[in-house]
Design a protein around this ligand. Sequence first.
Ligand SMILES: [Zn+2]
Length: 340
Amino acid sequence: MPNIKKLIKELPKAELHIHLEGSLEPELMFELANKNNIQLPFLNIDELLKAYDFNKLQDFLNVYYTGMSVLIEEEDFFDLTMMYLQKCNEQNVKHVEIFFDPQGHTKRGVKFSKVITGINRALKEGGIQFGISYKTIMCFLRHLSESDAFDTLNEAKDYLHMIDGVGLDSSEVGNPPSKFQKVFSEAKQMGLKLVAHAGEEGPPSYVEEALSILKVDRLDHGNRSMESEQLINRLRSEQIALTICPLSNLKLCVVDDLASHPIKKMLKQGLLVTVNSDDPSYFGGYLIENFNAIQESLNLSEDEIVTLIKNSFIGSFLTTKEKNKCIKEIDTYLDETQGQ
Ligand SMILES: [Zn+2]
């Protein structure tokens, strides 16, 4: 194995932008559909995979909501979460901050309690089994109203010990961050961390809104920040972490090809960028595949890879002490393997 591939595989990594429902593999989707008597609009896995030919975010979201409709019982959420953690274990991902979309389930009549307890039970069990630490981020679907988001936040009040932050996802254009100003402010008062998807398809002004109006602690995607010198300066001086998702960007045509992906420029500009898989089952790869693809396409150096991996811990919601411990493990690995 070339050195850089080995480095990517063996270094302990963190993932900060992963939608749990986007890790639903086709096999599990059909298995759960059978078990729960859900009629999918695809006859078999081949037909499903043909629907994974996306031109934009909304094409994907349509398939994503159809896919998650097979999740009914607490056990289903447990199994899905456990499968993702197994994948993390195989890829040496040691810390995860997982998004979930409760409204995608409660709108179908699945109780919030089933969703959160299934996920939390797997995180606890799998976390111990595999030695993976975790945070849970509850996302609001931005195509729904702010009042809907408030209903979800209220439902979450009995489960705050299982939730670390709130996020904002789903159809970006036409649903600016400012639409959710009040609910984000309330979540902050409840002690939750704040993140939001912005600047994936939406304009730089959405990134500005996420920072100034929602007051996010971290930004998801943020690719289009690069169109604004002012935003670049702000992201650099405040060291706001950006969760970049290379294969997602490619699949959803946010970039024409990975060779024109902005992540290398972002690194050179001193931005705190990280690599993530977004919806790995739908976009063709988990964390390592994302690292390998972007490394090859942009010819990223070992130093750049190490920076990206360290950034994934620095940009996480771990404590400073925990972050330092993870960075030290990376440095120890590098010291021990140097010259090999
Ligand atoms: Zn995402």
